[in-house]
Design a protein around this ligand. Structure first.
Ligand code: BGC
Length: 690
């Protein structure tokens, strides 16, 4: 692949100055050099690695305080067991926001900004200089235990949400660290996996969200655990120098994921800036320096971007805490709003909204005693967590019957059954697409015994619903909704809220349909129903054979009908899309094309719809997806109201990554523009020439 010029670490240009920076990169690098020149050799070596697991080293007396790093995308992960050596007035509490996949399900860029800002404010209040998020790895397989931390399967949706999240967060002064670069889309033996990815998939699918983060001015990038085509990402020159510095044009600091460096020597050559949290190497930097393998000048070059980023973002010379930003009530409201707009209604035979008058409601199933939320570094404890029984009772009355496993009589005698199902997903683990057999059997039994069953799914990823979804009266995806998101769910059930969430990924009928099905080595133990496998002595190839056909790109192109398509979600009202007009029948370089569409709320109540614009090339010269999302807009309309929605495209939206010339490229010819409300529900198509 083409080598790109390394950006401002050497060139000291003003390129890439973001709104949140206090000064240009030129100035920041000059200041960094001054600060570094005052450090002893030992202090410089200290700057190459973390300190006390979650700190960037410093030299406070020389104007470089320690920086505290905290997980994760969905709120501040409080760490009660931080070493006492490090006095830190942590927050006494932090809001557990809905998981980022739920944020993506809102398809609402303004909410992404508000969410990032709220988390950023809590960081500032708690002395967190760097938030270890957002996680932007693409949803490639429903089994990935970290999908809840990410933003779904589509590069554009992920990019838009990421960009707004970062702008919101960094407007508070908190530096974001976008992660995990790159092709880290499985937790299958996560420190033992080698992602085999072709050039096109890398550039078209896996890198755009990182590019969006860099364009939004992100301060840090974290490399990933996996190998990319045979090289550990955190110690790969190709990954760091060519992709991050060259292609993305990133000027900020790069850090490794925790304990992901396997060779100090390789890491030192790779352009990595910071090893987190820092291993006890047998032969450390002093030994390598004594052997002439690494010089003090190399050391300076290595640590400059971290220091320059702290300088550029003003992290060194501001009060550590801004307690006035612990605006919990406002943040709780943001969390609620995201849960309200991210809840996705998948089925509804008319039972919802629920008219409760005189009805017996039975609440049964999984999440009656434990909150549905993800585990791992992204775990956020939250406070005043509203559980499912409390949320449902607050909405429908204390006489709601709550029974974790109900008998036939209880199920049949209820007028309405609310059935809770789902999974607890986690970092470092993959889980089967299908729920454990016993849980699936219980769901089938309940929906068959009572036709008025509303299934509530809480999960961080897709689950198998094929046997029962069509039989349930309603199905709602409520993800991991955060500390008050089950209240939003109850409001959707009662009709106080009209659902408007859309799936940020496709849900397949069976895992065999998934683009990722062949990527797991045939002879290796796959995740079992209850046990998880993730550690081994060998390195496993994870083959991205589907190339650019990830998510709906796969299902659409291969003609495989999923259970629920990307972008899909119902409302309590109806919408029609018509009068699609293009501003021109021809697209020209440097000019935008406006797609206008009239959206009408034809139902009886106010609601929101997401207009989605997909593009495809009529006669491609390479394998191209049948549809690619290139623009979307959420619009809120009163009953009977219409609006003309305008979306813009340009010729980059026609392009594919040409692996012969190693660049974006668009063929001359005809392109189809499809306008709809999901990847499968297209109201209208138009053709445009380029
Ligand atoms: C995770 C990162 C996280 C880091 C620090 C790692 O295991 O992969 O996402 O930021 O731990 O907690």
């Amino acid at each position: 692949m083409k080598r790109f010029l390394i950006c401002a670490i050497a060139a000291l240009s003003a390129f890439g100055l973001s709104a949140q920076q206090k000064m240009t990169w030129d100035e920041a690098y000059q200041k960094a050099d001054e600060l570094i020149s005052k450090l002893t050799l030992e202090e410089k070596i200290g700057m190459t690695r973390g300190f006390s697991k979650f700190f960037i080293n410093g030299s406070p007396e020389k104007g470089m305080p320690y920086m505290y790093l905290s997980d994760a995308s969905g709120g501040v992960h409080l760490r009660p067991n931080l070493p006492a050596s490090h006095t830190l007035e942590q927050l006494e509490k932090s809001v557990a926001f809905p998981a980022p996949i739920m944020l993506a399900a809102t398809f609402n860029d303004a909410l992404a900004e508000a969410y990032g800002r709220a988390v950023g404010e809590e960081c500032r209040a708690g002395g967190v200089e760097v938030l270890l998020g957002p996680g932007v790895n693409i949803y490639r397989t429903s089994r990935c235990g970290r999908n809840f931390e990410y933003m779904g399967e589509d590069p554009l949706l992920t990019s838009v949400i990421t960009s707004e999240y970062i702008k919101g967060m960094q407007s508070t002064g908190t530096a974001a660290c976008v992660k995990h670069f790159v092709a880290n889309n499985t937790e299958f033996y996560r420190k033992r996996s080698n992602s085999i990815v072709d050039e096109r998939a890398l550039y078209e699918i896996y890198m755009p969200a990182f590019q969006a983060a860099v364009d939004a001015g992100v301060a840090f990038i974290m490399t990933s655990y996996n190998q990319l085509n045979g090289e550990w990402a955190g110690q790969s020159e190709f990954v760091i120098k060519d992709l991050i510095r060259g292609h993305l044009g990133f000027c900020g600091g790069v850090m490794s994921d925790w304990d992901s460096i396997f060779s100090l020597e390789n890491m030192l050559k790779s352009g990595q800036n910071l090893e987190m949290p820092g291993m006890d190497w047998k032969e450390g930097i002093p030994e390598l320096m004594a052997q002439g393998k690494f010089s003090e000048e190399d050391l300076n070059v290595m640590i400059r971007p971290i220091v320059a980023t702290c300088v550029a973002f003003g992290l060194y010379d501001r009060p550590k805490y801004d307690k006035s930003l612990a605006k919990y009530e406002e943040h709780e409201q943001v969390a609620y709003n995201v849960a309200a707009e991210g809840t996705v209604l998948l089925e509804n035979n008319g039972i919802l909204p629920l008219d409760r008058a005189g009805k017996t409601i039975l609440l049964t199933g999984k999440f009656l005693n434990e909150p549905p939320r993800g585990r791992g570094s992204a775990y956020v404890e939250g406070y005043d967590f509203v559980g499912l029984p409390a949320a449902v009772k607050a909405e429908f009355g204390d006489d709601v019957i709550v029974v974790p496993v109900a008998d036939d009589q209880q199920i049949k005698s209820a007028d309405v059954v609310l059935l809770s199902v789902g999974t607890i997903d986690s970092e470092a683990r993959e889980r089967p697409f299908a729920l454990p057999a016993g849980e699936e059997a219980y769901i089938r039994k309940v929906v068959e015994a009572n036709p008025n069953t509303v299934v509530i799914v809480n999960s961080g990823s897709g689950i198998r619903m094929t046997d029962w979804a069509g039989k349930a009266a309603a199905v709602i995806y409520n993800w991991y909704p955060g500390q008050n998101g089950l209240r939003a769910l109850a409001d959707v059930l009662s009709g106080d809220l009209n659902p408007s969430g859309k799936l940020p990924m496709t849900i397949e009928k069976d895992f065999a349909d998934s683009p990722a099905v062949n990527s797991y080595p045939a002879d290796v133990e796959l995740p079992s129903e209850t046990g998880y496998v993730y550690w081994s002595d060998v390195i496993y190839d994870v083959k991205y054979e589907e190339s650019v056909l990830v998510g709906y790109r796969w299902y659409e192109t291969k003609g495989i009908e999923p259970l629920y398509p990307f972008g899909y979600g119902l409302s309590y009202t109806d919408f029609s899309l018509d009068k699609v007009k293009l501003s021109s029948s021809r697209m020209k370089d440097g000019k935008t094309l406006t797609v206008k569409v009239k959206v009408t709320n034809t139902g009886e109540r106010a609601g929101s719809e997401v207009v989605q614009v997909y593009v495809s090339e009529k006669k491609p010269t390479v394998l191209r997806p049948k549809k690619e999302l290139k623009a979307f807009k959420k619009v809120n309309l009163r009953a009977g109201e219409s609006a003309v929605v305008e979306l813009e495209l340009d010729t980059q939206d026609l392009a594919f990554w040409n692996d012969e010339i190693h660049s974006w490229d668009a063929n001359r010819g005809e392109y189809v523009i499809s306008v709809g409300t999901s990847s499968a529900d297209i109201a209208c198509t138009r053709t445009v020439k380029y």
